[in-house]
Design a protein around this ligand. Structure first.
Ligand code: XCC
Ligand code: SF4
Length: 655
């Protein structure tokens, strides 16, 4: 087995990998070493969509391949490498869009139940956003109560999923030019469910066999995710739980406490975690913990649920995706409660080596070997209390082999699109004007969204951190979500002091003037919709073109693993953003499909995909793209000047 230091750049994770090895615990890091990826599957050339297969289409031979040979590279049904790669790719989009959107649907269902007074313990926290969505969706405000307005919004939100003909409502948030482009390309999505079902239909054997037409449906479903399912999730969560504002937090396994009951919340939907946060503050619960010999109750998060409760409550982050197993290896986790997505089936098995209870809560996500306490939002508090009690009662069963790595880092999170608005423009003149101005005058070169997962096929966190450092060094402001945000938070990039330490002179000067870090945490993966809103706000504020594709911005998911990442990447590309992925690229088995995604899409959508596993090279692809856009906007000269002009520097000191 390879040395632990080669598997992660995170000290805490390395320590836990060493502990796991000495205790004979097998993790995803080990499994990735013994299970080599299938070379044909990796490039999207393996089809198992029917019982005549699976068909493994040989890899393209490159330039020497004769047309005759190429014609023979087919599945049994005759499907070409193009069709197979395109089908596989859009099935990934369907999986990812379904995950985000079903999350959004769950929020909408709860939202409606709360509005109807059927879900006690929840309330409407952000009235301003409630009214804003009401205005946008044509819900009558008049002198109706919040409850009445919320019922209409909840019903409209749920109807978004099953709309048969009309476009989804949030599409209208996009710049007008973008909306027109989508309509012209025939990708403006109808109901979210409909687009996902249509992918499953078209990719069945013998249906859509034109890779361009398949990809078009992929784009449509991805847009239904970004501007639909994910945006509904984010907006309704904000109304119910509060729109995030800057908050100080801590990240890494060192947030676990030796003398307190440690309950880790892992997964994605804040419906459950919000209630656990409330239940953990109940004096009776704290008393119960004390009666078991603990000094209190310590909550910590893993994966996107962690981001949700950090943003809204300052609950610490235990770690990102690849730390879920490692958290158990500390021996100090009394229970880990999970809901949906990114939860490894190995958890109950590893938990057996320690004392940890793994608790599933969703009827959609049970795991053999875990205990199940179903989360019922109509009795949410009861479910939350039962989960907490399980953790507390398990505290006395801790074993002897406890080791919590002494690693934790401060971060500031909570940069919702609204927060950025306030911070930059001030409470009374909230706007993106200062951001746009600083981009135009070249202090900020552009904005990059770096998001997504961990993947044990690459060194844990290394690719995220290297890429983001390179970007900020080159004056690119970075916004982040998901596990990528946690990677960079652990590396100390999400505190204001990071600006002076790592950022280029222009970016650092702006960060220091405003008091923000050079890397902004915008939330969970459904919150990538916040980045869509932020880019739209930049367009609407003026001076940077009239479409998202005019902006000097770029996106990346350098350690992606999830189908959700593919859906996210595709909706960014189709919204006009150049997006680069690392690790591997799932269409390399077809030159035609890859060319469509990497080149032709630029003409069609103003945004395109790229693949570059080297983080420095990938960062420079993004920077080159940003510079290309600056040039097209005629603001490339301003940047040259800022680098040399002392008078401008003095003026800036006066800010
Ligand atoms: Fe999952 Fe959302 Fe990926 Fe992290 S970043 S591994 S999807 S938790 Ni969303
Ligand atoms: Fe093979 Fe075609 Fe069936 Fe896919 S659909 S498994 S390519 S026969």
């Amino acid at each position: 087995m390879a040395k632990a230091e080669t598997k992660s750049v995170d000290r805490a994770s390395i320590e836990m990998l060493e502990k796991a090895a000495s205790e004979g615990v097998n993790t995803a890091f080990d499994r990735a070493e013994t299970m080599k990826p299938c070379p044909i599957g990796t490039v999207g050339s393996c089809c198992s969509n029917c019982g005549m297969g699976p068909c493994r289409v040989p890899l393209p031979k490159g330039k020497e391949e004769t047309p005759e040979e190429k014609r023979k590279r087919r599945g049994i049904c005759g499907a070409t490498a193009e069709t197979i790669a395109a089908r596989n790719f859009i099935r990934m989009i369907a999986g990812g869009a379904a995950a985000h959107s079903d999350h959004g649907r769950g929020v909408a269902e709860l939202f409606l139940a709360v509005a109807k007074g059927e879900a006690s313990g929840y309330e409407i926290k952000d009235e301003q956003k409630l009214l804003q969505v009401a205005l946008e969706w044509g819900v009558d405000i008049g002198n109706r109560s919040n409850q009445e307005i919320a019922i209409d919004i909840g019903e409209k939100a749920l109807a978004e999923f099953g709309k048969q003909k009309d476009e989804i409502l949030f599409l209208r948030r996009a710049p007008l030019k973008r909306q027109e482009l989508w309509r012209k390309q025939e990708v403006a999505p109808r109901g979210i469910d409909r687009e996902i079902v249509e992918i499953m239909h078209r990719t069945h054997m013998g249906v859509d066999q034109d890779y361009r037409n398949l990809l078009k449906q992929g784009v449509r479903a991805a847009l239904a995710d970004g501007w639909g399912g994910s945006m509904i999730a984010t907006e309704l969560q904000d109304i119910l739980f509060g729109t995030p504002a800057p908050v100080l937090g801590e990240v890494n396994l060192g947030v676990l406490k030796r003398d307190e009951v440690n309950l880790i919340i892992h997964g994605h939907e804040p419906l459950l975690s919000e209630m656990i946060v409330v239940a953990a503050q109940d004096p009776q619960m704290v008393e119960l913990a004390k009666s078991k010999g603990a000094n209190g109750i310590n909550l910590a998060g893993i994966c996107c649920t962690a981001n949700e409760i950090l943003m809204r409550h300052g609950i610490p982050l235990a770690g990102n995706f690849l730390q879920q197993e490692l958290a158990l290896v500390t021996g100090a986790v009394d229970a880990m409660v999970v809901d949906v997505q990114c939860i490894m089936q190995s958890l109950p098995d590893i938990a057996q080596c320690y004392h940890t209870k793994i608790i599933t809560t969703s009827p959609k996500a049970k795991i053999l070997g875990a205990m199940h306490i179903e989360f019922d939002e109509h009795n949410a508090m009861e479910s939350a209390q039962a989960i907490l009690k399980t953790a507390i009662e398990n505290f006395p069963h801790r074993g002897k082999n406890i080791h919590i790595p002494d690693e934790r880092t401060d971060l500031i999170a909570g940069f919702s699109h609204e927060t950025i608005n306030y911070l930059l423009g001030g409470l009374f003149r909230a706007s993106y004007r200062p951001l746009n101005d600083n981009i135009i005058n070249g202090r900020i070169r552009g904005v990059a969204g770096v998001v997504g997962c961990n993947n044990p096929r690459v060194t844990h966190d290394e690719v995220h951190v290297t890429m983001v450092k390179e970007l900020i060094k080159n004056d690119v402001l970075v916004v982040q979500t998901g596990c990528s945000a946690m990677a960079c938070a652990k590396a100390g990039l999400m505190v204001p002091e990071a600006a002076a330490k790592y950022a280029g002179e222009g970016l650092a000067s702006v960060c220091e003037a405003v008091g923000i870090p050079p890397v902004l945490h915008m939330g969970s993966c459904v919150d990538n919709s916040r980045i869509l809103m932020a880019t739209t706000a930049m367009v609407k504020d003026g001076g940077l073109g009239d479409d998202i594709s005019d902006l000097p911005v770029a996106g990346a998911a350098p350690e992606w693993y999830s189908e959700k990442a593919i859906s996210i990447g595709q909706y960014f590309v189709a919204s006009g953003v150049f997006t680069v992925f690392g690790v591997n690229w799932p269409t390399l088995g077809s030159d035609e499909v890859t060319k469509l995604l990497f080149q032709d899409f630029e003409e069609m959508y103003g945004g395109m995909w790229a693949f570059e596993p080297d983080p420095i090279k990938a960062a420079h692809l993004m920077i080159d793209h940003i510079d290309k856009k600056r040039k097209a906007l005629g603001i490339d000269k301003a940047r040259e000047r800022i680098l040399y002009d002392m008078a401008m520097r003095r003026e800036l000191d006066a800010v």
